[in-house]
Design a protein around this ligand. Structure first.
Ligand SMILES: CCCCCCCCCCCCCCCC(=O)SCCNC(=O)CCNC(=O)[C@H](O)C(C)(C)COP(=O)(O)OP(=O)(O)OC[C@H]1O[C@@H](n2cnc3c(N)ncnc32)[C@H](O)[C@@H]1OP(=O)(O)O
Ligand SMILES: Cc1cc2nc3c(=O)[nH]c(=O)nc-3n(C[C@H](O)[C@H](O)[C@H](O)COP(=O)(O)OP(=O)(O)OC[C@H]3O[C@@H](n4cnc5c(N)ncnc54)[C@H](O)[C@@H]3O)c2cc1C
Length: 634
């Protein structure tokens, strides 16, 4: 007799009479029906393998055992790559970062940097000969690489990196050295115990002249014994300069000195998608839990309500729910720009490079910081159970906040965006993704609070804040301040302008995608409600920017506030159906709070029982420490 599948009655009721086709949204997020089928096949292929399951929860293992266990599973996953039903590249993408891979590798993938940075660096920076020599070895996992750029003393300021690569024309070799403690490579993933090669970013010196940072291929460990090579600590190695600019002893300048920064651009682009995946997990866990959890009294004398029925809870969870769609659509748009720009760069056409740099910095900083804030709100919305390690919120939060720092600390990236915006506005040229900065924006006198009208307000704020920042820079210039001082003293304005630009891009991507998308009427309705909720939410959060740069009035704001709370109420009934559309398996959510069946309390109890401390009634430490204390009559 088939075992009755438990489904929490409240969740069951939430799922009745769904007015839209959930699968249509699943296909939209996957990139089409075929992609959904492929993803589900891959998930079954990976998650059905008993060898990939944890015998004990990772949190109860020592540091070294965690590493060994993650490495065991990561290597097993690589063995499964060859027979994957989804093909190598889609499988690799799924196994890196926050998606399917996180269901197996909960502490992180020791081989991630090999695929996310080492191979892309070879592909983007290596010459044809170097790619012929290294790429096959890297793809066949006959070598494991990492990307070693950050040092103890420098992570942001690449022109300040201390590692030196001096070219010796006599031996035609490069001598790589770390001249000081602060020059030690620090942070590169897998560098400690896993990788035996690295792309090392170092200052290239030739004929006594520093030619700036360049990538070098360096062997770190013996391929057989895995022992560090002699001198590895002082990095006295015979590396190979990738994308050699040394022709017969003479340095040949690259067409653009920033091409060596290209790997970072790629990762910034994929990080937007990765933090969005993590945000989807957090929103799913919090939403399902908020419909299972009943607490307090809404109507005197009534049964305790689902906490999702509190407007305060909807205000916490529905903007991040909307954000998952907004960030996904913007990340897709950025991914397309990346491919176009990259294809052009390969043909020597660098025209889109500044746009790609500006936009990838903007979106990486925006998506990672907003996602981190939203994940914390999701955690808080689950009360004490959200604080438990098994809720998965601590791990999701740790992964998303890391993205605020790695691949370019967000503040530094905002300032890069501002540099690009000021230049585009002043020169009135280029600026593919910021075309609103070229030519005069005729802002509407009265504010129109329709969707299109609100997008126009975002544009007014974006261009207005750049002008405010430029006015500050000019004011400092007139006072005789040097450009670098003026820039530093305008940083607050510059960052606001960069953030307004990033928000405009996300808002326009969301609105345009709904306009262009072939959606059924019910799906269009619910996504349009989410879109309107999100762009009003952000406007209310940043209303100062809009008051400063448009004719927004107090009346308009009150009207938008009422529209916002109406939308909360309108979307509330579909919250569970929307997160179900993400089609995130319980193993990927990895949280008793977010499981599909809503059997939260039993699963919490089962998780607690797994703790080593719960394997006996009295822990041995009682007899060693507590009992003597209790007897000591202090
Ligand atoms: C595959 C499946 C995936 C699955 C999903 C996995 C995801 C999840 C795993 C993630 C795993 C990651 C793990 C972390 C890996 C690290 O963290 S690797 C290390 C990352 N480090 C960084 O990002 C360093 C940040 N710092 C920098 O990029 C540079 O120092 C800065 C801030 C851009 C400044 O550089 P600078 O040389 O001082 O340049 P600056 O003088 O500011 O500007 C000069 C010109 O260059 C331009 N420029 C600067 N940078 C660039 C650039 N990158 N491009 C083009 N132009 C540029 C400027 O716009 C400027 O142009 P103009 O205005 O003159 O026209
Ligand atoms: C989880 C994780 C994984 C990582 N993996 C790798 C890796 O695989 N390979 C690798 O090479 N690196 C890696 N890193 C390092 C990472 O890239 C750097 O930490 C990052 O680039 C920030 O640099 P920093 O640590 O020097 O911070 P700093 O730049 O020292 O930041 C400190 C403060 O200074 C401020 N600041 C710095 N410059 C400016 C400026 N010009 N204007 C205004 N404020 C400024 C920053 O905003 C910040 O508030 C990793 C980091 C983390 C957290």
């Amino acid at each position: 007799m088939s075992k009755e599948i438990y489904e929490n009655p409240d969740l069951k009721k939430e799922r009745q009479n769904c007015p839209f086709n959930k699968e249509e949204i699943t296909h939209l997020l996957d990139g089409g029906k075929e992609k959904t089928i492929e993803r589900k096949q891959l998930e079954n292929y990976i998650l059905s393998d008993e060898q990939l399951k944890d015998a004990v929860p990772m949190e109860y293992l020592s540091h070294a055992d965690k590493y060994a266990e993650e490495l065991r599973k990561a290597c097993l996953l690589m063995h499964k790559l060859a027979d994957s039903p989804a093909g190598q590249v889609p499988t690799l993408r799924a196994l890196m970062g926050a998606g399917l891979g996180s269901a197996v590798l909960k502490e992180g993938n020791p081989l991630a940097l090999h695929y996310v940075m080492f191979i892309p660096a070879l592909m983007g920076q290596g010459t044809i000969d170097q790619q012929a020599k290294w790429l096959e070895k890297a793809y066949n996992l006959n070598m494991i690489g990492t990307y070693a750029q950050t040092e103890l003393g420098h992570g942001t300021f690449l022109r300040g990196l201390e590692t030196r690569a001096t070219y010796d024309p006599k031996t035609q070799e490069f001598i790589l050295e770390s001249p000081s403690l602060t020059a030690y490579k620090w942070w590169p993933g897998s560098l400690g115990k896993t990788a035996n090669y690295a792309v090392v970013m170092a200052q290239l010196y030739t004929k006594g002249k520093c030619e700036g940072t360049h990538p070098f291929m360096v062997q770190l460990r013996d391929e057989e014994t895995h022992e560090p090579l002699p001198g590895i600590v002082n990095m006295w190695l015979n590396p190979v300069c990738i994308s050699s600019y040394i022709h017969y002893g003479t340095y040949v300048k690259p067409t653009n000195s920033k091409l060596s920064y290209a790997t970072m651009v790629f990762v910034r682009v994929v990080v937007c998608q990765d933090v969005t995946t993590n945000l989807r997990k957090a929103v799913t866990i919090a939403t399902r839990y908020s419909c299972v959890r009943r607490q307090s009294e809404l109507k005197p004398g009534d049964r305790e309500p689902q906490v999702m029925d509190y407007q305060a809870q909807q205000n916490k969870l529905l903007p991040p729910l909307a954000a998952t769609f907004a960030f996904q659509l913007a990340a897709d748009h950025l991914w397309n720009l990346y491919h176009t720009a990259n294809n052009n760069i390969e043909q020597g056409d660098l025209e889109l490079l500044p746009d790609l740099h500006g936009l990838s910095c903007a979106l990486k900083a925006l998506c990672s910081s907003e996602a981190a804030n939203f994940v914390e709100v999701c955690r808080q919305s689950c009360g004490g159970h959200g604080y438990m390690s098994c809720s998965n919120f601590p791990r999701i939060y740790g992964q998303v906040t890391a993205a605020e720092t790695y691949e370019g600390e967000n503040t530094v990236l905002w300032l890069q965006v501002a540099r690009y915006l000021v230049k585009t506005r002043k020169e009135q040229s280029g600026g593919l993704s910021v075309k609103y900065l070229i030519g005069e924006e005729k802002g509407p006198k009265t504010v129109d609070t329709t969707l299109e009208g609100i997008v126009k307000l975002y544009r007014r704020a974006a261009v207005g804040l750049v002008d405010v920042a430029i006015a500050e820079l000019d004011k400092s210039g007139r006072k005789g301040e040097a450009p670098h001082d003026a820039w530093n003293h305008a940083a607050v304005y510059l960052i606001k302008a960069a953030q307004a630009h990033a928000r405009l891009f996300v808002v326009e991507s969301f609105v345009d995608s709904l306009k262009e998308g072939k959606l059924s009427a019910p799906v269009r309705t619910v996504l349009s409600q989410l879109c309107e909720l999100f762009i009003i939410y952000w406007l209310l959060e940043r209303s100062g920017d809009f008051f400063l740069c448009s004719n927004l009035t107090k009346q308009d704001l009150l009207l938008l506030n009422s529209k916002y709370v109406e939308l909360l109420a309108a979307i509330r009934p579909q919250a569970v159906n929307l997160v179900d559309s993400f089609d995130l398996r319980d193993e990927v959510l990895n949280s008793p709070l977010g499981c599909w069946d809503g059997n939260v309390y039993q699963r919490l109890f089962d998780e607690a029982a797994k703790s080593p401390l719960n394997q006996s009634n009295v822990h041995e430490s009682f007899h060693k420490y507590l009992k003597p204390l209790l007897k000591s009559n202090l």
